[in-house]
Design a protein around this ligand. Structure first.
Ligand code: PLP
Length: 408
């Protein structure tokens, strides 16, 4: 096993919320796949914005507006560099992954024809299923599903068989939020391109653990939500290859996204502004950049190694509990453990854990088709971050044991 190179106790000092108590017990926050906590460096960036240079961007001649514009555009450039996109105008600020996906799905309404095919995987988040269903209803295209096996791994042979010259789009999450599976997106993208299809990768769950390289992957679209990588809620990004973004029509009309407006005809602004109608979440965009700075200061390799240690440790400990079953046992996995105890409803386990100060998620995790596949109503999901400790995992394990004793 790789040696840990992160000082977790020192890192925890950056997160004020980790000091609080819940129900009289120290908070053990293991719901990182739903949203991550915010370090003081990012909180300070937000306070700095509203304390010192709050102004609308791209329009004002005055100093504050210029300062806000410069910092907002610097954040865009930071995001570009982090993901190795070739140009910063390929980075569109959105309110998050859901908005990013809807923007692309809406744009493809005018590019798809009846009989075209769109592929999604069997392990998508609802935000990567519903917009495509709506798109197919509008266009007469067909939605087909790339199956997974009982380990929670995509069946790649079936994927290759589904691809044909009818395939126009493929949608896949980089990491499943419900199972933790890391999908082989490089292979998925290459195969899709060989039949001329574009690929959108939902990177919401991968972003906290894996630094994707957009040019190397040759991905067409990629989405991120800042709140899963230590940033604020309500902001995220859509990456799109320039050629695609130029082809897609604007999503929303309004200020900022126009070049010229008359009542006869409006021309649209250049990228990225064509997709950024209205006053954006300026502070959020800047804080998104600060969050990437923070995570890079720890290092994504260090984060991945440490989280892998936590995952191995937690998996081993949890499996000592009688009747406990883990869903999603792919070799390539991030720090997500979805589990159930035979004969116990996941919600009841979650409620008892909450009494002990332990935050986990219970339910279908916005991925009902996965739950249907395993024929279960939901799971308990514990998801780890680089600021979690082995002691917290011990608390989880003893909490789950206690819940099992009480409920069985
Ligand atoms: C969280 C998540 C989403 C939704 O992100 P929002 O920030 O709620 O838009 C989509 N897909 C995956 C895989 C996620 O983990």
């Amino acid at each position: 096993m790789t040696q840990t190179t992160i000082d977790v106790l020192k890192i925890r000092e950056d997160f004020p919320i980790l000091n609080r108590e819940v129900n009289g017990k120290p908070l053990v926050y293991l719901d990182n796949a739903a949203t991550s906590q915010t370090p003081i460096q990012v909180i300070n960036a937000i306070v700095d914005y509203y304390s010192n240079y709050n102004a609308n961007i791209h329009r004002g001649v005055h100093a504050l507006s210029q300062e806000a514009t410069d910092k907002y555009e610097a954040a865009r450039e930071k995001i570009r560099a982090h993901y190795n996109a070739s140009e910063s105008k390929e980075i569109i600020f959105t309110s998050g992954t859901t908005h990013s996906i809807n923007l692309v799905a809406n744009g493809f309404s005018s590019l798809l024809n009846k009989g075209d095919e769109v592929l999604v995987t069997a392990m998508e988040h609802h935000s990567n299923i519903v917009p495509w269903q709506m798109l197919c209803e509008r266009t007469g295209a067909h939605l087909k599903v790339i199956p997974m096996n009982l380990d929670g791994v995509l069946v790649m042979d079936a994927y290759h068989d589904l691809l044909s010259d009818k395939t126009k789009l493929v949608f896949c999450n980089h990491v499943s939020n419900a199972l933790g599976t890391v999908n082989p997106i490089a292979e998925i993208i290459e195969a899709a391109h060989s039949v001329g299809a574009a690929v959108l990768v939902d990177g919401a769950q991968a972003a906290p653990h894996i630094k994707a390289d957009f040019q190397r992957l040759d991905v067409d679209f990629y989405t991120v939500s800042a709140h899963k990588i230590c940033g604020p809620t309500g902001v995220g990004m859509l990456y799109g290859k320039k050629e695609w973004l130029q082809k897609l029509p604007p999503y929303q009309g309004g200020g900022e996204m126009i070049a010229e407006v008359t009542f006869e005809k409006t021309t649209y602004a250049d990228l990225p502004h064509k997709f950024e109608a209205g006053t954006p979440n300026i502070c959020g965009g800047i804080a998104f950049g600060a969050a990437l700075d923070y995570m890079n200061s720890i290092g994504f390799d260090n984060i991945a190694n440490y989280e892998a240690e936590l995952l191995t440790y937690a998996t081993k400990q949890l499996l000592t509990i009688e009747g406990l079953k883990i869903y999603g046992i792919a070799k390539e996995k991030t720090g997500v453990i979805s589990f159930n105890i035979e004969g116990v409803h996941p919600y009841d386990i979650g409620t008892i854990l909450d009494k002990l100060g332990i935050a986990v998620r219970t339910g279908h995790h916005c991925a009902q088709p996965i739950m249907d596949f395993f024929k279960i109503p939901g799971t308990v999901r514990a998801s780890f971050s680089f600021y979690n400790t082995k002691e917290e995992i011990d608390s989880l394990v003893s909490g789950v044991k206690r819940a099992a004793q009480m409920l069985l």
